[in-house]
Every structure is written in structure tokens, then in C-alpha cells.
Write a protein that binds this ligand. Structure first.
Ligand code: FAD
Length: 489
């Protein structure tokens, strides 16, 4: 068998794989992406965040294509959640001066969104082979040196590469080749049961594209508008209530909907889609975990292959695309001969784990809406094992990204301060539907975090290098595509 050679081979053409492959190919490296399915293919994960659209996707160069796709505009979220009996809404545009034209995300049919990213990868020079399933990795001693895959005709192939990236999502077993183990979250032990409806009601403008999340006795519902008429509806129930999703899935979904009056009201005139890719009522379980290792010599995990946390705040595609960007920077730096592998990949892992932790903590707190903020911050201290105060622990965890050379820092600090003021005004303002959660420093930090990739896009080559995120760590190159050693002035 002849063995093809590439610089990088990527298993999986979802958002994490296509993002990484594109950023590496954009630096002139030879990248092969192997995707098991023929696109467009179904995937769950339809509600996106502004940082994906205006940060990573803009760097990828797909902004216009996304705008032309006609995806519903998501201006924020509407929740029937916690102690408050009425629905309450938050908007991304709490300050038009900060987010302005970027104060939205999209609700996407993933088949279309993922196809846009994969097509873009091809245009940027990635060799994409669909209906090719990676079956194993090739190893020489400690190092992963390539993959074995089966093509659509059942023929086996071997490819050698300097780096193998597992971007094959949560179902494939390739991730185990990196070593360590997958730790499932005790806190987020849930099951999701979901289907699609035509003719569901919409929230009033300008929030008709918002995600609607509705808590009920056994869990919560998502209600995501995917077009004027198509809606994605899913129930997330606790593991203890697993019997509610057993048996006939259609009946189980109907029964859960009847337990959530707001969802039942919104679907009163709707019909469940029963044919095509949206015709099935699907189940997903055990979907919050993280792998104890994110890389080994020659192999890297990105996206769901590495970790995933409960979908309540729609962070999955953000983590997938952001980790793709982080790992691409490490690979680009090593292939250019700028950094050794360990240094570059340690930076990737540290930043990805920090981002995951930010969302994990954020979501834990969000599930405990009736608990005060001190408990929220205490969780951060517990996870980081920090000796600082609870709040400082979390701020340490997510802080530092905005430091660096003055022009960027000043802009970010100034903008972040405005943003924090706007969030405070929102929390204490006249709009009674805004929740006290937004008074939290942690929430401000998380929301500011999402703006940082956007700033890089805005400033481009003019962006000043940042300070390292961790002591002794690396900084981002001005074009955002590599890591640089930090040289204090
Ligand atoms: P995937 O999107 O899973 O892509 C992996 C690709 O790899 C697939 O195309 C697959 O066919 C391919 N593949 C698999 N095995 C192989 C192989 N052996 N060889 C080659 N190719 C292979 N996220 C959000 O952002 N918003 C949401 O609203 C949201 N809701 C969610 C609701 C639920 C119930 C769940 C479980 C998740 C939700 N998510 C959401 C998360 C989102 O689905 C994932 O985080 C995201 O799809 C991860 O992207 P990825 O590229 O890592 O993996």
C-alpha cells in the first residue's frame, strides 16, 4: 500500500475540523480532511454565539456567505427560568457602541452551516475527501504519525502526517488514541429528546430569532427558530427522569411538551416534521465530558472530540471553532519552525481548558439561579484550586487575554468598561425582565471574552501583541494565525 504524505490530516469535517484545516492551509501547509459522511449531513447544535460569527468565521472569510444564507438573526435569549414566573430576555446589544453591527448571531441549520465551512476549507486549499472514515491512527513509538482510513468503496488507505487532528465529534472512538480518559460530568448528567416542527409561534420582534429556553419540572426545553416556519424543539431531562424518554419517542416528546405550558402554547398550531432529515425524533445522552489529555506527540483533539458541556448556553460550536483556531496556531508555529511541539501544544491545551472551564462554571451557576453569586464564585475557586478569593479565581481564569500591547488593551479595556456599564444599567434598569444574574462580575467577564476574537478581526494586522494568558506562556501573532514567544519590553 502506498502511503500519501501531508503536513496535517484531520478526521472530521464539522466546525472544529473545517476551522482548523482552513487556518492551517491558509499558512500554505498541505492539509487532508477526511469526513465520514457525505455533506450536507444532519447535526444538532443550531444556536450560535456572536464570537463564532464575528470572530472565527470572519477570520475564515465566510461572513458574506453566512449573511447570504438567510439564517434567522439571533439577537439574544429569552428564558422562562429560575424563580421568576414570567419569561425574561437578554440582548447581545446591551451597548450598541461595543457590539453595534456585531450584536447578533445566527440560528443555523447545521447541514447548511457546516457545508459553508467545509466548502470554504476546499477553496482555501484543504484536500477534502468525504465518505472516508478514519479507522485508526498510525504510531511510531510515542508518536502518532498518520491515519488509516476506509474510502466510500471500502478500500483501505494510509496517510502519514506531521500532525493528526481528531475533530470527529463525540461519537467516534478515535479520541481514545490520545491517551488518558474521558471524564463524564456528574453535574450535567442529562438526556435530550428532540424533533422539528412546522408552523410554531414566534417571539415578538425584534426577538423573533431568539432562542427560547423554558424550564419545567423535569428539565428544560429549547425552542430554536430555523426559518420563518421551521423550529427545532428539544427537551433536556435529568438522568433520574430517563424513563420519560423511553419507549415511543414521538409520544415521549408530546408528553414532555404538555408539561411545559409555554412550549405547548408556542406549538399549539404546529405540526411535527415526519419526513426527511428532520423527520426523526432523536435522543442524545451523557453529553458533558472532557478528556484528560488533549494531545500527545503528533495528535491533537479539538471540538467535541476533546470536551463538551451541556447545551443550555449554546457554547458547543463556539468551543469547536475556537479550539480549531487555537490548535491551528500551535500547528502553524511548529510547522514554521518557530516553536517546539510541546511548547505550542501546551499553550493550545491550557487556553482550550480555560475556555471550557469558563463555560462550565457559567452553566453550573446558570442552573442554580436561586443560589446567590457567592456560591457561583465558590465553584470557580473549587475548580481552579486557587488560593485567591472566589471572584479573583474566576477572573484569573478568564483574565489576561485582554492584556498585551497598549493599543489593543486600551481599546478592549475601554470597550469592556462601557460594556460592563451597559450590563449594569440593564440589571438595575427599568426593564423588569432583565435578571440579577447580569450583575455578576463573572457573567461580565464571560461576555467580554466573546468580544476578544472580534477585536482581533476589527484590528487585524494593526492589533498589538497580547500579554501571555499564563505565566511563561505565549502570545498571539498580530495576524492571529500563530503563537509567538512573549518578549517583555
Ligand atoms: P461534529 O459537529 O460532531 O463533527 C464531527 C464530524 O466528524 C462529523 O461530520 C462526523 O461525520 C465526522 N466523523 C465522525 N467520525 C469520523 C471518522 N471516524 N472519520 C472521519 N470523520 C468522522 N452547540 C451550539 O453551539 N449550539 C447549540 O444550540 C447546541 N445544541 C446542542 C444540543 C444537544 C442536545 C447537543 C448534544 C449538543 C448541542 N450543541 C450545540 C453542541 C454541538 O452539537 C457540538 O458542540 C458541535 O457540533 C461540535 O462540533 P465538532 O466539529 O467538534 O463535531
Amino acid at each position: 500500500m502506498s502511503v500519501e504524505e501531508f503536513d496535517v490530516v484531520v478526521a472530521g469535517g464539522g466546525p472544529s475540523g473545517s476551522t482548523l484545516a482552513t487556518f492551517v492551509a491558509m499558512q500554505g501547509h498541505r492539509v487532508l480532511l477526511l469526513e465520514k459522511e457525505l455533506f450536507p449531513r444532519y447535526q444538532i447544535g443550531e444556536s450560535l454565539l456572536p464570537s463564532t460569527i464575528h470572530g472565527v468565521c470572519q477570520m475564515l472569510g465566510v461572513t458574506d456567505e453566512l449573511a447570504a444564507a438567510g439564517f434567522p438573526i439571533k439577537r439574544g435569549g429569552t428564558f422562562r427560568w429560575g424563580a421568576r414566573p414570567e419569561p425574561w430576555t437578554f440582548s447581545f446589544s446591551v451597548s450598541p457602541r461595543i457590539t453595534g453591527p456585531s450584536s447578533f448571531a445566527y440560528q443555523v441549520e447545521r447541514a447548511k452551516f457546516d457545508q459553508i465551512l467545509l466548502n470554504n476549507a476546499k477553496r482555501k486549499g484543504v484536500v477534502v475527501r468525504e465518505e472516508c472514515s478514519v479507522t485508526d491512527v498510525l504510531e511510531e513509538g510515542e508518536r502518532v504519525t498518520g491515519v488509516r482510513y476506509t474510502d466510500r468503496d471500502g478500500n483501505e488507505h494510509e496517510v502519514s502526517a506531521s500532525f493528526v487532528v481528531d475533530a470527529s465529534g463525540n461519537k467516534s472512538r478515535l479520541y481514545s488514541k490520545v491517551g488518558g480518559e474521558r471524564n463524564y460530568s456528574e453535574f450535567f448528567r442529562s438526556l435530550a429528546l428532540f424533533g422539528y416542527f412546522e408552523g410554531g409561534k414566534r417571539l415578538p420582534a425584534p426577538y423573533s430569532g431568539n432562542i427560547l429556553s423554558v424550564a419545567f419540572d423535569n428539565g428544560w426545553f429549547w425552542y430554536i427558530p430555523l426559518s420563518d416556519t421551521l423550529t427545532s424543539v428539544g427537551a433536556v431531562v435529568r438522568r433520574e427522569d430517563a424513563d420519560k424518554v423511553q419507549g415511543d419517542r414521538e409520544k415521549a416528546l408530546e408528553s414532555l411538551i404538555s408539561e411545559a405550558p409555554l412550549i405547548a402554547e408556542y406549538l399549539a398550531d404546529a405540526k411535527r416534521v415526519t419526513t426527511g432529515k428532520y423527520g426523526e425524533v432523536r435522543v442524545r445522552k451523557d453529553y458533558s465530558y472532557n478528556q484528560t489529555e488533549f494531545w500527545r506527540p503528533g495528535m491533537i483533539l479539538v471540538g467535541d472530540a476533546a470536551c463538551f458541556v451541556d447545551p443550555v448556553f449554546s457554547s458547543g460550536v463556539h468551543l469547536a471553532t475556537y479550539s480549531g483556531l487555537l490548535a491551528a496556531r500551535s500547528i502553524n508555529s511548529v510547522l514554521a519552525g518557530d516553536l517546539d511541539e510541546k511548547t505550542a501544544l501546551t499553550e493550545f491545551e491550557a487556553r482550550y481548558r480555560r475556555e471550557y472551564s469558563v463555560y462550565y462554571e457559567f452553566l453550573v451557576a446558570f442552573y442554580e439561579m436561586n443560589v446567590n453569586e457567592e456560591s457561583y464564585f465558590w465553584q470557580a475557586k473549587k475548580v481552579t484550586k486557587s488560593k485567591n478569593t472566589d471572584l479573583e479565581s474566576f477572573v484569573d481564569l478568564v483574565g489576561g487575554v485582554s492584556s498585551g500591547e497598549n493599543a489593543l488593551v486600551n481599546q478592549l479595556v475601554e470597550r469592556s468598561a462601557e460594556f460592563a456599564t451597559a450590563v449594569d444599567q440593564m440589571a438595575g434598569g427599568d426593564d423588569a425582565s432583565m435578571v440579577p444574574l447580569f450583575k455578576s462580575q463573572v457573567v461580565k467577564q464571560v461576555m467580554q471574552e466573546g468580544g476578544q476574537e472580534q477585536m482581533r478581526v476589527v484590528l487585524g494586522e494593526d492589533a498589538e501583541p497580547e500579554m501571555p494568558l499564563f505565566p511563561g506562556g505565549l502570545v498571539v501573532s498580530p495576524d492571529g494565525m500563530k503563537w509567538l514567544p512573549h518578549r517583555p519590553v
